[in-house]
Design a protein around this ligand. Structure first.
Ligand SMILES: [Zn+2]
Ligand SMILES: [Zn+2]
Ligand SMILES: [Zn+2]
Length: 294
């Protein structure tokens, strides 16, 4: 039997398959040559069926203007997609109808909301975070978030920890009783003071959100401890203890110094606190160190 060269094999293939599209990827696998080679040979034979069909244009449903492949309306008519809280919209992924509150906000979507619901988004995210790329991006975003809003990150962590050890118990929605709830903070300085609310009702929480103002002293002491012992475990508790003891919500330098002087009388502050706090104050305000007795 005579070995056929690729060109002859192709010619035979064309005779055997007189109609239908020609899949060059498949042929390249069968004949063991590159796709480019298959295309060139087919072109030289005068075959056309391996060329892609010209793209069919997509038109705006309202005015007929040519738009991108997956769009429904042109930019002008996309306003029709405007969404309203309290109304139901279909999730494009699971096809269920859900309240607008169950869709994530999105800047790149015309409607201002994602087309898939939060459940579908969460599932996608879980799968994505299992991939290498996902793991990388997860680390990046959490790092960015903790740099931009360290107080939020700390508060979420406190809630996570408290739920784990049982000091905080997940509750049903404060308004509708739904059991699918999230812990909502109104003041990140009180991490365990949360309202449990479902996605719909979390917008109706009566206590207004208190804007977080960072405390230079707290932030500075935190950085100091991080460089000194590598972790800041328990630091939040020290701050809470001081605030409760002095009935304040903001630790000033003066209060901090007083707490170092009186640490013995404050339940929960020990020698370690005294040492680290005086060291920090010694670096921050060297002139007061002698007074603290080092
Ligand atoms: Zn249009
Ligand atoms: Zn869905
Ligand atoms: Zn609710």
């Amino acid at each position: 039997m005579v070995e056929l060269n690729t060109r002859q094999q192709l010619e035979k293939y064309i005779v055997d398959n007189p109609t239908g599209r020609i899949n060059t990827a498949e042929l390249s696998r069968i004949f063991g040559v590159s796709r480019q080679r298959i295309c060139n040979l087919l072109d030289s034979i005068g075959e056309e069926r391996h060329h892609r069909a010209p793209p069919t244009n997509n038109h705006c449903k309202s005015c007929g203007k040519i738009i991108s492949k997956k769009a429904i309306f042109c930019r002008t008519h996309a306003k029709i997609l405007e969404r309203h809280p309290g109304q139901y919209y279909q999730c494009r992924a699971c096809k269920a109808y859900k309240l607008l509150e169950h869709f994530a906000k999105s800047n790149i979507s015309f409607s201002g909301y994602e087309t898939r619901c939060l459940d579908c988004r969460a599932e996608w995210q879980r799968n994505y975070y299992r991939t290498e790329k996902g793991k990388e991006s997860h680390i990046k975003t959490t790092r960015a978030l903790s740099q931009k809003h360290p107080e939020r990150q700390r508060a979420y962590y406190q809630v996570y920890k408290a739920l784990k050890n049982g000091t905080l118990i997940k509750d049903v929605c404060f308004q509708c009783g739904d059991s699918n709830t999230q812990a909502v903070h109104s003041d990140y300085r009180h991490p365990l003071n949360v309202t449990w609310a479902c996605l719909t009702c979390r917008n109706n929480i009566p206590t207004a959100k208190i804007e977080y103002t960072s405390s230079p002293l707290e932030d500075g002491f935190r950085d100091f401890i991080k460089t000194k012992i590598g972790k800041t475990n328990g630091l939040g508790r020290w701050f809470e203890i001081i605030k409760q003891h002095y009935q304040i919500s903001f630790i000033t330098n003066q209060i901090f110094i007083t707490s170092i002087e009186e640490y013995n009388n404050i339940n929960g502050l020990g020698q370690q606190y005294k040492n680290l706090a005086s060291q920090y104050m010694g670096e921050l305000l060297p002139e007061i160190t002698p007074k603290l007795g080092g």
